[in-house]
Structures are given as C-alpha cells and as structure tokens.
Design a protein around this ligand. Structure first.
Ligand code: ASP
Length: 386
C-alpha cells in the first residue's frame, strides 16, 4: 500500500533561489528557457562510498562549459535549482507545488521550461504538473538521465540539449517528458526500465515527437492551445492511497481506512481490464464501505497496456456496482495525481467520481489505432524565429 503525501519528515522544504542565472550568452536572445534543476542523477556525483548524490551548484558550473549551448540554434538558457537538491525518491506533493510555483512566477519571462528531475518519480511529477498548470500555453519539458553528466557513457548531455531545443522552439502547450530520443505526454508516461537509457515509455499513447537528425513533431497528437489565462492550482489534498491487489491478500485494513476519516481516495491496482476477487465478499463489502464513507475508489490495471472496463467480466462488474469507478487507460501515476488535484479543488466525492472520468489534459482515452500519423510530421530545423 502506498500513500501519496504522508509522513515526510523533510527538515527543509526545497526553495529556489529565484534569480535564474544565464548559462549561454551566445544562445539566441529571441527565445528564453528556464532550466530548473530539482535533483536526480543528471547532476549527481559519486561520494566516497560510491553512492550517488546531488551536489549544489555543480550542474550549473558544468553547463556553463557546454559549448553546444552557446550556439544560435539554442535559446538563451537561465538556470535555477532546488535548495536542497532532492533524489526524486524523496519527492512529495509539496515539492511538485514548489516547481509549479516557480513556473508560475517566471511564466511570462520565458518561452519554455525544462525541469531536470530524477527518473524514479519523474512520471508522477509530470502528471502532477500537467494538472496543476491550468491553461498552459508553453512547453514544460521534464528530463533527467540514467547516468551523471560526468560519466563517459552518459545520456545526460543529449537529453538536456534536446529537451532545451524542444522547450525553446516547439509549439507545445503541455507538460512532457523527453528521454532518449522521444518526447512523451507527461501524464501518459511510466518509467519502464531501471537501467536502459530508454527508460521511459508512454504505453497507451504514441510519442509526441522523435529526435533523430532532425526533430519530428507529431502535431495531430498535441494538446490544443488553451482558451483561458494561465493559472496554477496547487495540490494541497494528498490523502490518496494506492493498493495493489494480489491473490489471497488481506483486506482487513480497509475497515480502518473507511473509518479513520483522513483518506479521501483509494486507487486499486486490479488485474487485467479491472478484475478483482468478487468471490471475496469481504473485499466487495470493504469497497462499498469506502464509497459510502465518501472515499473515491478508482480501479486501475496492473497491466501496462490497455483499458479498464469494469463491466466486461462479472467479477469486475460486481465492483462497479459497489461504486468503484474505472480509471480507463490512465497510468497509476496520472490517476493518483488527478484525484489529488480534483480533491484539492474542493470537489465533492460525487463530482470527483464524475470528473475523474473526463479527459482533462490528454491523460486518458487513446486515439484510434488507425490514426494516420505519417502526414503530420514536421521538421524543427529552421533557425530561431521570434
Ligand atoms: N534515484 C534517482 C532519482 O530519481 C534516479 C535518477 O535520477 O535516475 O533521483
């Protein structure tokens, strides 16, 4: 069982210096990108015991000597970092709010934003930001690396340079993850590999762009530009727990979850298309009790690909009849952050149950598999233009 925001004993909540420093004076002044380093391998170094940890100031100094950034092809890059820097395993919703607030403060000063982040929880942060940054009309690109910048086989340099080009030049109005050679919608991503340099995938949605010798953006899949003014809604309600169902599990703890009064949402990771042991009547009763207690209960799948359809099998339907709602094809990362976002907006359980099933930021419902993507590739080779 995992809880979203509870029990973090961080002595210091990260802050940002808020006076971003220019890294590359010879970059094109027609475009400006803010790079926010939050922590993660990309700026880490090995300590005496061989373990990796982030070093304050080191990544900025290193980036100031990256020659490629000092070309007209690149936007001018300004750098700020978290204090303290965090391994992303240590991140919590408060840290997502720090990132969102930093973007909000600098929103009108920059054309795009690159958030450098550890890979372990990058998909959660990308999902959370995608909901908190409302009416976003600029690119927010998260990236990181599997190896530190200083190591010989590093992926840090290419991930960062490519993310910066995309953030400075592409017509994107959403939160994305760039990793390896692909740009993904942030709230569709999962970290799929602990070691490979292609660590991320977007299992239920095609990539938005591919970087090879040129940048190919798949425009038809991008989120539409917003109609309203940008604003941030911070995630303040984080009492959401995630429960992974396994055969023969003990469900006795649900009683205290239903009665304690401090849990607002439960994400169930079920089998296949949303199936669970309906023969286990105590589990069905527990789900009913949660729903009656005003807790929003959402079913996701333990499968990486595919869609939750609670009505497909009798065992799944039994849970739908208890008031469990389907998470459709959302990742668990998107589901948990979307629910926390909606609860933070003060929606009632009934409203949350309804809006959870609406597509807010492209986080759910795959396009038709037959969509012709070939006609919409556009190349991003032309020089910076205002
Ligand atoms: N533990 C690191 C982190 O998530 C791993 C990484 O950066 O890839 O911060």
């Amino acid at each position: 069982m995992a809880a979203l925001g509870a029990g973090y004993e961080s002595p210091v909540s990260p802050s940002t210096a808020d006076s971003p420093q220019l890294l590359n004076p010879r970059g094109s002044s027609l475009r400006k990108v803010l790079i926010l380093y939050t922590g993660g391998t990309i700026g880490m170094a090995r300590g005496e015991d061989g373990s990796l940890g982030p070093i304050p100031g080191a990544l900025r100094r290193r980036l100031q000597s990256v020659d490629e950034l000092n070309q007209e092809l690149f936007p001018q890059c300004f750098f700020d970092e978290f204090d303290p820097l965090l391994d992303s395993a240590d991140m919590c919703p408060e840290d997502w709010c720090t990132m969102a607030s930093c973007i909000e403060r600098h929103y009108y000063d920059f054309d795009g934003f690159v958030v450098l982040h550890g890979t372990d929880t990058m998909a959660y942060t990308a999902s959370a930001l995608s909901f908190m940054l409302e009416q976003l009309s600029k690119p927010v690109i998260l990236t990181g690396s599997q190896l530190p910048m200083e190591e010989p086989l590093t992926d840090a340099r290419s991930n960062l340079l490519r993310a910066v080009i995309i953030a400075g030049r592409a017509d994107l109005t959403e939160v994305c993850i760039f990793f390896g050679s692909k740009l993904f919608r942030g709230n569709r991503c999962k970290k799929m590999d602990a070691n490979a340099l292609t660590a991320f995938d977007s299992p239920n949605f095609p990539e938005l762009a591919v970087v090879g010798t040129e940048v190919k953006i798949h425009h038809r899949l991008l989120c539409n530009p917003p109609k309203g003014r940008f604003r941030v809604h911070l995630m303040t309600v984080t009492e959401v727990i995630v429960v992974c169902v396994v055969p023969g599990f003990s469900d006795s703890f649900f009683d205290s979850v239903a009665t304690a009064g401090n849990v607002k949402g439960v994400i169930l990771l079920l089998y296949g298309c949303g199936n669970a042991p309906a023969r286990k009547t105590s589990f069905l009763a527990a789900c009913s009790k949660l729903v009656t207690a005003g807790i929003v209960v959402v079913a996701c799948s333990q499968c990486i690909h595919g869609n939750v359809e609670l009505e497909k099998y009798a065992v799944g339907r039994a849970f739908a009849e208890c008031g469990v709602i389907p998470g459709h094809d959302m990742t668990a990362e998107a589901t948990v952050t979307k629910l926390a976002y909606l609860l933070s907006k003060g929606l009632s359980p009934g409203e949350c149950r309804k809006v959870m099933q609406d597509n807010l930021r492209g986080e759910m419902f795959s396009p038709a598999k037959t969509l012709d993507v070939s006609s919409s590739w556009t190349d991003l080779q032309s020089p910076c233009s205002p």
